[in-house]
Design a protein around this ligand. Structure first.
Ligand SMILES: Cc1cc2nc3c(=O)[nH]c(=O)nc-3n(C[C@H](O)[C@H](O)[C@H](O)COP(=O)(O)OP(=O)(O)OC[C@H]3O[C@@H](n4cnc5c(N)ncnc54)[C@H](O)[C@@H]3O)c2cc1C
Length: 416
């Protein structure tokens, strides 16, 4: 797509965004930067919209977008609150290094930033003018007319716009209404659940050389990462049937102790410090890719609403961030060339489909490796990883970071 100068007066569009997660909030900022009017509707109240379990990696590909949005102010806040992603790696459960990753492989000083989820939500929310986000508004349906789109909410409210962007996550109602259903199809269970939370580093014996580490056992793994301010987030995955809970073993902390007490230091020590109330447990799901078309007419989807993936690459949210930037790019460039909105949205979806499909596939592959549960399979996995040269290991991930966020959007800032 050719770069061109566009002025904000050319773009008199109005976008209705459903969902105040990473995708919806970032999309709202990207729209405003491009001179697109925005209303964002979120079904939860503000406090719960700004909450969330554990931490999140915002990796270099997504950081390139935040560099450009809102004069780089989001990026600056991410660095102020979060912890830089520097050296880290995969280890066996006994602590043997299997693969070491460092920012040099993408010729950058860091690979991005990790943050606690509520802090990320606050930063993104605070990047929007007051009144942009309307909470306690559950999307119910939409109705397209030749001139625009009418959006209906469960409490009887209505909104009008030129485009409807469904950023309402894994169980997207916008997606289900696009498919003519009341509720979305059940997502696909990955075979594993995940415990998440965070802890203060204090005197814990964490290896100072690494800002993140993931230890692989048989059918389970445990990771932790620096989220800034002397705090680390953690996650533990385990193969298990869907819909389980920790009641039978006496709670989440006991469940983690039972699974990970034989792991090398510092894992047992980390678990020991955890506060039972602050551990969240979720089942992990994804959905088969939708292909080249995600929406219809003036309606499109972004983030988990369009392409939920297993979290093994830490890229689901980063893909939502990339979607926002690309969507806005197609909206404003198409405005210049006189293309109708529906065509612009379909071009956006096509432009994203290959990349998100690859993330989906590789996320599943990495999950399969990480969650291998036969002793011989684990032995072979660890042996292969240990013998693989670092440069070859890096190639598995390099394509993710090579994403180039270039757009005329960044030339037409319109800060409110
Ligand atoms: C264990 C785990 C670890 C992860 N780690 C990472 C990581 O390190 N890096 C990374 O990039 N990604 C990670 N991800 C993935 C990431 O969390 C998701 O991809 C990301 O949150 C998706 O953002 P979203 O905005 O599309 O959807 P969501 O964050 O799910 O937001 C959807 C929003 O829509 C609202 N909503 C839902 N229905 C309605 C309705 N009817 N009306 C109005 N509002 C509605 C919801 O309340 C919610 O606020 C991880 C995921 C998991 C499970």
């Amino acid at each position: 797509m050719a770069m061109q100068e566009i002025t904000t007066t050319d773009t008199a569009l109005k976008a209705i965004i459903i969902g105040g997660g990473i995708g919806g909030l970032t999309c709202a900022r990207a729209c405003l930067d491009a001179g697109i009017e925005v209303e964002l509707y979120e079904k939860r109240d503000l406090d719960s919209m700004l909450s969330g379990p554990g931490g999140i990696f915002i990796q270099r590909n997504a950081m390139r977008i935040y560099e450009q949005l809102w004069e780089g102010r989001i990026l600056q806040h991410l660095y102020e609150r979060g912890g830089k992603i520097l050296k880290g790696g995969f280890f066996s459960d006994k602590g043997t290094l299997l693969y070491l990753n460092s920012p040099e492989f993408v010729k950058a000083e860091d690979l991005g930033v990790c943050l606690l989820r509520p802090e990320l939500q606050h930063i993104l929310y605070n990047a929007l003018p007051e009144g942009t986000v309307r909470t306690n508004a559950a999307f119910a349906d939409f109705c397209q007319t030749p001139d625009g789109i009418q959006v209906l909410f469960a409490d009887g409210r209505e909104a009008w716009g030129d485009v409807l962007i469904g950023a309402d996550g894994l169980y997207s109602k916008v997606r289900s209404r696009l498919e003519g259903k009341e509720q979305s199809e059940p997502p696909i269970y990955s075979g594993m659940c995940c415990w998440r939370g965070w802890f203060y580093k204090k005197d814990l014996p964490l290896d100072e050389r690494y800002t993140w580490a993931e230890l692989w056992g048989c059918g389970n793994r445990f990771g932790y990462f620096d989220v800034g301010g002397g705090r680390f987030a953690f996650y533990g995955f385990s193969n298990t049937a869907a819909g389980g809970n920790d009641e039978a073993v006496g709670g989440a902390k006991k469940a983690l102790q039972a699974l990970f007490s034989s792991y090398a230091d510092p894992i047992p020590a980390i678990i020991e410090t955890l506060d039972e109330q602050s551990i969240y447990r979720d089942d992990i799901f994804d959905r088969e890719p939708k292909g080249m078309q995600w929406g219809r007419g003036r309606v499109t989807l972004i983030g988990d609403a369009a392409h939920p993936v297993q979290p093994n690459l830490g890229q689901g949210g980063c893909m939502a961030i990339e979607d926002c930037f690309e969507l806005v790019k197609y909206l404003i460039v198409g405005q210049e060339t006189g293309e109708d909105i529906s065509a612009r949205l379909r071009q956006f979806e096509q432009s994203r489909s290959q990349r998100v499909e690859k993330v989906f596939t590789v996320s599943r592959q990495v999950g399969k490796l990480g969650q291998t549960d036969s002793p011989i399979g684990c032995f072979l996995r660890n042996w292969i990883y240990r013998l693989t040269p670092t440069w070859l290991g890096d190639l598995q991930f390099k394509w993710l970071f090579d994403y180039d966020a270039k757009s005329p959007v960044y030339r037409i800032r319109n800060y409110a």
